[in-house]
Design a binder for this molecule. Structure first.
Ligand code: SAM
Length: 309
């Protein structure tokens, strides 16, 4: 049986999370439970969150040996303040977000994430995701589709693909992944090694699951859930996500703001973090050769400061 998911940057995540006995870690993207398993092995308590009930069931079974030190919650990590632990006043020593989909989700044809496997045009990570890919592809206007493909997919041929989708769906709505992949391939042709539908599928998946909105909300909420000294670790695979994390952390770790028109620098009212790594941590070539999915991973790490007295 192929593995469920191979965790990316496992050693780097363990080193920077510095989990241990008595610590409480929130893993917002439990997935196959690889990172959580390593935190639990140090003696820490872990709350694993995922919006995918299948991932939660798998991880619960895999990590059952840890008994009450491991708990799970089904939902969007952006809503982690609704978990019983946080509602009960607990604060975390660490929060990990390892964004995107797991290998298992990509490989399961029936989930509709892959243009390589015929399946329903779904792409929802779980029931809390608001729309299916079919709804987007069959109902959004040409302008909306083109904007989505250009912005989220960074697809230079976004307009041509959007026009082809509109023309094809006027005859028959799309209902399978391969149906959409073939339409995109006919519209823009095949060049190089990457499948021509790669960027479009990524863009649609990000819209289906409101991935950037969830990240933005979770970043904001992280300052309320971490203890002073608690660590925020975020692994991104997409330039828009990485830019959002980089800007957020850069601004929140700047003590003094200065602008050309100001007579003097002013204290930043949102100064809350200390960056633990200046540049994003990237996987080694050895990791990439073992796990090609890791190639675009970037890990950023920061520590919450104690509130100014
Ligand atoms: C890359 S995998 C995580 C793999 C995990 N770190 C491991 O070591 O096995 C991402 C997981 O996060 C979940 N996920 C992504 N975005 C989410 C969100 N906004 N809320 C909750 N779960 C999310 C996906 O369903 C998927 O199972």
């Amino acid at each position: 049986m192929p593995h469920y998911h191979l965790s990316v940057l496992p050693d780097e995540v363990n080193e920077w999370m510095a989990a241990g006995p008595g610590k409480f870690i929130i893993d917002g993207t439990l997935g196959g439970g690889g990172h959580s398993g390593a935190f639990l092995a140090t003696g820490a308590r872990v709350l694993g969150i995922d919006r995918d009930p299948e991932a939660l069931a798998h991880a619960r079974q895999r990590l059952a040996q840890y008994g009450a030190r491991f708990s799970t919650w089904e939902g969007n990590f952006a809503d982690f303040e609704e978990t019983p632990e946080v509602q009960g006043g607990e604060q975390a020593d660490g929060l990990l977000l390892d964004l995107g989909v797991s290998s298992r989700q990509l490989d399961a044809a029936e989930r509709g994430f892959s243009f390589m496997r015929e399946g329903p045009l779904d792409m929802r990570m779980g029931p809390s995701s608001p729309h299916t890919a079919a709804e987007i592809v069959n109902t959004w206007s040409e302008t909306e589709l083109s904007k989505l493909l250009f912005e989220f997919g960074e697809e230079p041929k976004a307009r041509r693909i959007a026009a082809a989708i509109i023309e094809r769906r006027a005859k028959r709505p799309f209902d399978t992944t391969t149906d959409l992949a073939q339409c995109i391939e006919r519209a823009i042709g095949r060049q190089g090694k990457t499948h021509p539908a790669t960027r479009a599928f990524q863009a649609i998946r990000m819209a289906v699951n409101e991935e950037l909105e969830s990240l933005s909300k979770a970043l904001e909420a992280s300052t309320r859930v971490l203890k002073p000294g608690g660590r925020l670790l975020i692994i991104t695979f997409h330039s828009l996500e990485d830019r959002m994390v980089k800007r957020f952390l850069r601004y929140r770790s700047t003590a003094w703001l200065d602008e050309p028109g100001w007579p003097d620098p002013r204290p930043n009212p949102d100064y809350q973090f200390r960056l633990l790594v200046r540049k994003a941590v990237a996987p080694t070539t050895q990791e990439i050769s073992l796990n090609p999915r890791a190639r675009s991973a970037k890990l950023r790490v920061a520590e919450l400061l104690a509130p100014a007295s």
